[in-house]
Ligand binder design. Structure first.
Ligand SMILES: [Mg+2]
Length: 235
């Protein structure tokens, strides 16, 4: 009996350890002598809006790309008014619970990270809900992006400051949302910031401030700029 409980406990602990997503920046492994890239997931590494739109279709809703917003773009078929925000929030949570594996990587993202990881540490920093930690970790691994994943909520400045304080080398941060970039500028001003909007349908709508945060929507070009600020050599 004792042996059986021990066995069950051990398998639970092993299963937990397999999920490297964490909520605590201080538990992410950071190499103190390597440059660091901190990178967002949705609309940077993966085409979130495409995946979320497909999921909404399975629930009988339409996703319209009318503005740079999430819940205000969900409609019942043919409706003029968007769905109430509470229902939108529930659908968003359900997507991350049941369907967030169904997301294509952004073109060029996997290759760019693979190249950069030869000389830099990489951490994915996502504002996905906590219940997405397992499917999101699985998605990263399935697509060859086997990097530590940190789940955050709210503006990302504090998490980036905590991560970047743990290396003596340069740090870069990439996100699609201006609010996160401004938050990092305030909390960790030494970190090099880049805005990237992976989905071409969103590019003209996304609030942007290229004077504060250089904007590069194409991964091969962004990779070169990141390599430059991190002091990496590229071929
Ligand atoms: Mg994002």
């Amino acid at each position: 009996m004792v042996q059986q409980s021990h066995h069950i406990l051990k398998s639970v602990l092993t299963a937990e350890a397999a999920l490297d997503a964490t909520l605590d920046p201080n538990r992410v492994v950071i190499h103190p002598h390597l440059p660091l890239l901190i990178v967002d997931v949705d609309e940077v590494l993966g085409l979130f809006m495409h995946g979320f739109g497909r999921f909404l279709g399975t629930r009988g809703y339409e996703f319209r790309m009318d503005r740079f917003a999430l819940f205000q773009n969900i409609f019942a078929p043919g409706a003029d008014e968007h769905l109430d925000l509470e229902t939108g929030r529930t659908l968003f949570d359900d997507f991350f619970r049941f369907a967030c594996d169904d997301m294509e990587p952004a073109p060029g993202a996997i290759q760019a990270l693979a190249e950069l990881s030869k000389g830099a540490g990489i951490v994915a920093l996502t504002n996905a809900p906590d219940h997405a930690r397992e499917p999101r970790t699985r998605w990263m691994t399935q697509h060859g992006m086997d990097y530590p994943l940190l789940i955050n909520s709210g503006p990302k400045g504090n998490a980036v400051a905590a991560l970047s304080a743990r290396t003596e080398r340069p740090v870069a941060f990439v996100d699609d949302l201006l609010g996160n970039l401004d938050s990092v500028a305030a909390a960790a001003p030494g970190v090099h910031r880049f805005q990237m909007v992976a989905d071409p349908r969103l590019r003209d709508m996304a609030p942007t401030a290229p004077d504060r945060h250089p904007r590069i929507d194409d991964w091969p070009a962004l990779r070169m700029e990141i390599a430059l600020v991190l002091g990496l050599t590229t071929e």
